[in-house]
Design a protein around this ligand. Sequence first.
Ligand SMILES: C[S@@+](CC[C@H](N)C(=O)[O-])C[C@H]1O[C@@H](n2cnc3c(N)ncnc32)[C@H](O)[C@@H]1O
Length: 287
Amino acid sequence: MDTATTYKTKVTAAFNKAAAAYDRLGVEFFTPMGRRLVEHARPQPGQRLLDVGCGLGATLLPAADRIGPTGHALGIDIAEAMIEQAGQEARRQGIDNVELRVMDGEHPDLPARSFDLVLGSYSVIFLPDARAALARYADLLRDGGRIAFTSPVFHKDQFPFLPPLFSRWIPMSLLQHLPPAWHPEQLRRQLHSWLEDPADLEAALRQAGFTDTVITDEVVEMTAASGEDWVEWSHTQGMRLLWQHLPTDEAAALRTRLTGELDALRGADGLIRIDVPVRYVTATVAR
Ligand SMILES: C[S@@+](CC[C@H](N)C(=O)[O-])C[C@H]1O[C@@H](n2cnc3c(N)ncnc32)[C@H](O)[C@@H]1O
């Protein structure tokens, strides 16, 4: 198996495992981010849209709601369990203009020029060659179609996917436990170095066939019911990478530290609020 295939197999297994608990562990993050991405994307009634790496539908379902009964929303995800759960969630919310398929979002097997909008919240970052995928998304769009996606605001010298606050509590020395392929510097180069600098991001989109790129960094307020809830939730997210490779004693020490520090942030209503910088990117196909 080549590196990209091995990587994808691991990502798929991780998200299949996470699906049942995904974003449902007393922590709110993907849902408010998805709703906000839809506000940036501005889907219109009757449009056809594609959500790449739709997960449980944090973006797909509010977008489907906006395009209404004459529109059509297709959600694709590489993890079968995510697609199953998204279907249940759509039925629960009574949204029936949604189609869901298990598909590799890096190579979508879909007709050219068949969508008005391509969405992807915290999913483009998982594609081994996202820049090549962007050009494929441009092909899928009708003239004047748009792309809208989110990514973390990456910083070179902190654990990927975590809000800056956490760099105070998670010593970089713990990252030595990650296998070389998951080392932050390696991940950064392979997956998101092009996302860090807005100029690189804009250039990648231009090269892929997009114009009018708008990059907006905003804060999503993540809420957690308790430090323990946040730590459990982090096992279903990017930080799972770290947890699964930490020696037992280091994992136990980190868990104690994080729950204590997070519980100390509780407000009068008992909720922990953490500001998470999120990058929203929109662009229009250049034809
Ligand atoms: C962090 S989750 C975000 C899910 C959803 N967009 C949300 O905001 O809640 C990333 C999603 O991307 C999916 N994913 C990762 N690699 C993928 C690929 N190559 N093709 C399609 N989906 C992929 C994962 O299975 C997971 O559901």
